[in-house]
Design a protein around this ligand. Structure first.
Ligand SMILES: Nc1nc2c(c(=O)[nH]1)N[C@H]1C(S)=C(S)[C@@H](COP(=O)(O)OP(=O)(O)OC[C@H]3O[C@@H](n4cnc5c(=O)[nH]c(N)nc54)[C@H](O)[C@@H]3O)O[C@H]1N2
Ligand SMILES: Nc1nc2c(c(=O)[nH]1)N[C@H]1C(S)=C(S)[C@@H](COP(=O)(O)OP(=O)(O)OC[C@H]3O[C@@H](n4cnc5c(=O)[nH]c(N)nc54)[C@H](O)[C@@H]3O)O[C@H]1N2
Ligand code: SF4
Ligand SMILES: [Mo]
Length: 743
């Protein structure tokens, strides 16, 4: 019984192709979609359990307003008009900087971002807080300096590489690359390939590595400096490549060579010979490198990203087949934002620049609690659960209670929604047309997921909610009747739209809204209309990649891709890069890889063995390092609300090495209390050699408040928002000093 429908997984950035058996409007069975050209049938246990995401007791059906501490159901008209009035009042009284948009990304629904950003812009605010700016900011910034644009993240060309290096990445559990466990196992098993893992502990990925550099937590900057210094000392750098493709090498050379390698490696607790072997491989193999939260959410995050790029540039490991390629980009994940420009908005109280179009959630509580006259007073939160996702939940609770307006746009009554003035129900991934623009492969893959179940109640696509708000605020111009009339025929509609825009050039800024309001009506989806709009204005490189993927060059290219996307519910490659001509995608002025970053030179001054040894000295009352937020097979950020999928599993534990447990007199299964500068929490001890002595781990994504159940502990009660990098405010979730005691 039921019908199999093609879809995709909403639980991580791989968005694996799924086939869903729908019976009686419910997902009753799941299998990997073999027709999906990227995931090729691969699926993990989270995807298998997707029904627990879609169907849960907390799904929202109607707009809600908090009245005297209780939520009451209201109409969409009332919700939209009241929120519009409040936004306008707050803006008028306190200025546009008092407004912030939070979200817009997530793991499966990116179409709303174009609307949310423009809505805020129309109100005068550029504050966009995003999950991406609590993990990838330093990385984005580095790519901006080295490659020319912050959204140009290189990705390993794993198909052609003969060595894969995982730095702070546990792909066996977290993926972050299509079919990651299969790819990692292939590198591990194939005698012609090598898997290298840089991770303090025997992670699931380190367990299958050919070479595991088990460094002391938080010492990646020292290690990378040492590797670079070895390569320079031994003369292993690729001079021909540098001459042709790299600029700024000579200038940074002296700082990089003047370094005590042996002393540094002692601090890292690594053997010289092993690191030298690694350096040799970096210089001689075709190497793909993937860095992740182990370094991105750790000490010196931005500097580490810089050093990785320097290492790759010295060894010729960027832009050549089998190395790290600049991917094709359909829609950038954010906007290149140069913080050196006057126009760059910095957060008012904490002074953090906008990078990639985003400011970091880690500082939002301070921006709300500040006494600045233009402090943040209203937050529009979509697809995000800051109460569980971002550092320092206590700070968030206090700050959100102070807001004049908190609007949460959600599929479920989350911990954040509970605190809101208005809660707006949105359609889930499985009830709407939507997609993501992740660029985690060199070629461009795209799948427009379509509704596979009927929504209950009256939820809307998030874009549609933005659209109605923009309309109520008077931001969408009066549109000619012809745009509505011709919407049934996309050719005629396109011509009409072109004429309209020529005559009304200032309206171009509101393009998604205009297309959404007119074409969206005919297509039955604001998101689908927005996709069509994006395809009509593709940048040159993207068009060239589409032609390489087999689409016909010419004015109808966008329409052809749109139709193909509709015809391929399983997803498809819409762009192919030329790996032999990857350097042509560089956006630096001299079209070379630029490794001269003045800030990096300055930061390097503190990366000496002596200074780092002193900085790494733990205080007596916090002698252990907590890895606050391990990503395991039992969590999918905070996305799974029905806890049934983990029944019988030991999902949220405090993992600790037997040696530490023995010292503390703890046994497996016993309750312990973990204390950090932010607070304390009690949870069950799990003794395992998968964690390094001196380190303990708690997964992120728990502390789920589900009817009749509090599932696990919210690790962000243990993370202080000031434990962060000064430049980007990225939290050091992989380096939280703590102590553990028996209860
Ligand atoms: N199962 C599952 N998968 C997920 C998610 C999920 O919630 N659950 N979430 C998704 C998201 S949004 C993200 S961003 C990714 C995150 O994916 P990952 O970054 O792979 O996840 P982590 O578990 O943080 O693994 C990072 C690794 O860094 C190591 N590490 C800790 N400290 C250090 C250090 O000082 N130096 C180095 N070199 N390594 C260190 C840890 O031991 C760990 O093995 O996962 C995605 N995939
Ligand atoms: N301490 C600690 N904290 C962490 C981490 C860590 O390692 N340690 N990891 C961090 C990382 S890497 C990330 S990416 C963030 C993720 O942080 P978030 O982006 O906040 O988290 P998610 O759990 O992915 O999704 C948030 C909400 O989106 C809602 N949602 C899902 N689909 C839809 C939809 O279609 N429409 C609407 N309106 N809502 C939808 C879900 O119901 C969920 O409540 O968490 C971070 N938090
Ligand atoms: S959680 Fe990620 S890896 Fe697992 S099935 Fe979903 S998209 Fe694929
Ligand atoms: Mo993430």
């Amino acid at each position: 019984m039921g019908t199999w429908k093609k879809s995709g997984c909403a639980l991580c950035a791989q968005n694996c192709g799924l086939e869903l058996l729908i019976d009686n409007n419910r997902i009753v069975k799941v299998r990997g979609d073999k027709d999906n050209p990227r995931s090729k049938g691969y699926i993990c246990r989270k995807g298998m359990n997707i029904a627990n995401f879609q169907h849960n007791e907390q799904r929202l059906k109607y707009p809600l307003k908090k009245v005297a501490g209780e939520f009451v159901q209201i109409s969409w008209e009332q919700a939209i008009s009241e929120i519009a009035v409040r936004l306008w009042e707050i803006r008028d009284q306190y200025g546009p900087r008092s407004l912030a948009y939070m979200g817009g990304g997530g793991q499966s629904c990116h179409m709303e971002a174009a609307f949310g950003v423009r809505l805020m812009r129309a109100l005068g605010s550029r504050y966009h807080y995003s999950a991406l700016s609590q993990e990838l900011t330093g990385h984005f910034w580095t790519q901006g300096r080295v490659l020319g644009r912050q959204y140009m993240l290189t990705v390993p060309d794993e198909e052609r590489a003969d060595m894969l290096v995982a730095i702070g990445w546990n792909g066996m559990e977290s993926h972050q690359m299509p079919r990651a466990p299969l790819v990692l196992r292939e590198f591990s098993k194939n005698p012609d390939k090598l898997l290298v893992v840089i991770d303090p502990r025997k992670s699931e990925t380190a367990q299958i590595a050919d070479l595991h550099l088990a460094l002391r937590p938080g010492t990646d900057a020292l290690l990378l400096r040492a590797v670079i210094a070895i390569i320079l000392k031994e003369g292993w750098f690729n001079q021909a490549y540098i001459d042709k493709h790299v600029s700024g090498c000579k200038e940074i050379w002296p700082q990089l060579t003047d370094f005590d390698i042996e002393a540094a490696l002692q601090v890292c607790e690594l053997e010289y010979d092993q690191v030298r072997d690694f350096a040799r491989l970096m210089a001689t193999r075709k190497v793909g490198v993937h860095t992740d939260l182990g370094v991105l959410m750790n000490r010196h995050t931005t500097l580490v990203s810089c050093l990785v790029m320097v290492l790759l540039a010295l060894c010729g490991q960027i832009g050549r087949p089998g190395t790290n390629l600049i991917p094709g980009i359909f829609m950038p994940l954010g906007a290149h934002s140069d913080e050196r420009k006057e126009s760059n908005w910095k957060t008012l109280t904490t002074g953090i620049p906008t990078i990639m179009g985003y400011v970091p959630p880690n500082v939002l509580p301070e921006e709300i609690m500040s006494d600045h006259p233009e402090r943040i007073r209203a937050v529009l939160c979509t697809q995000s659960n800051p109460l569980r996702s971002y550092a320092d939940t206590s700070a968030y609770e206090e700050a959100f209670a102070r807001l004049d307006l908190l609007v949460t746009c959600e599929i479920a009554m989350t911990e954040t929604a509970t605190l809101s003035h208005y809660v707006l129900p949105s359609r889930s991934t499985y009830e709407s047309w939507d997609s993501t623009f992740f660029t985690w492969t060199p070629d461009t893959y795209f799948q427009m997921r379509r509704p596979v179940v009927e929504p209950e109640g009256d939820p809307l696509e998030i874009s549609e909610i933005h659209l109605r708000l923009a309309d109520a605020l008077g931001f969408i111009p009066e549109l000619p009747a012809a745009l509505y009339e011709k919407a049934g025929n996309r050719m005629e509609y396109g011509l009409e739209l072109m004429q309209y825009l020529q005559a009304n050039q200032t309206s171009a800024a509101m393009m998604p809204f205009i297309v959404g309001k007119t074409l969206g009506l005919a297509l039955g989806s604001t998101n689908l209309a927005a996709l069509w709009g994006i395809l009509q204005a593709l940048p040159r490189d993207t068009r060239a990649h589409a032609v390489r993927a087999g689409f016909k060059k010419g004015p109808l290219l966008g329409e052809e891709i749109f139709q193909a996307i509709l015809d391929h519910p399983e997803g498809m490659w819409i762009g192919k890069i030329d790996p032999e001509d990857n350097f042509s995608l560089l956006k630096t002025e001299d079209k070379r890889i630029n490794v001269l970053i003045p800030e990096m030179i300055e930061w390097l001054e503190s990366i000496t063995p002596e200074k780092e040894a002193a900085a790494l000295n733990l205080k007596e009352d916090y002698p252990l390092i907590l890895m606050a937020g391990r990503h395991t097979s039992y969590n999918a950020n905070t996305l799974m609300r029905n806890p049934a999928w983990n029944e019988g599993k030991r999902a949220c534990t405090l993992a600790m090495h037997p040696r530490d447990a023995e010292k503390l007199g703890l046994v497996d299964g016993q309750m312990a209390v973990v204390t950090t500068e932010a607070g304390s929490a009690e949870l069950e001890v799990e003794i395992t050699t998968a964690v390094r002595p001196g380190m303990v781990m708690i997964p992120h994504g728990f502390g789920l408040d589900y009817p009749g159940n509090m599932v696990g502990i919210n690790v962000n009660y243990l993370t202080k928002n000031t434990n962060r990098e000064a430049f980007t405010a990225t939290p050091f979730h992989r380096y939280v000093p703590c102590r553990v005691e028996a209860v």
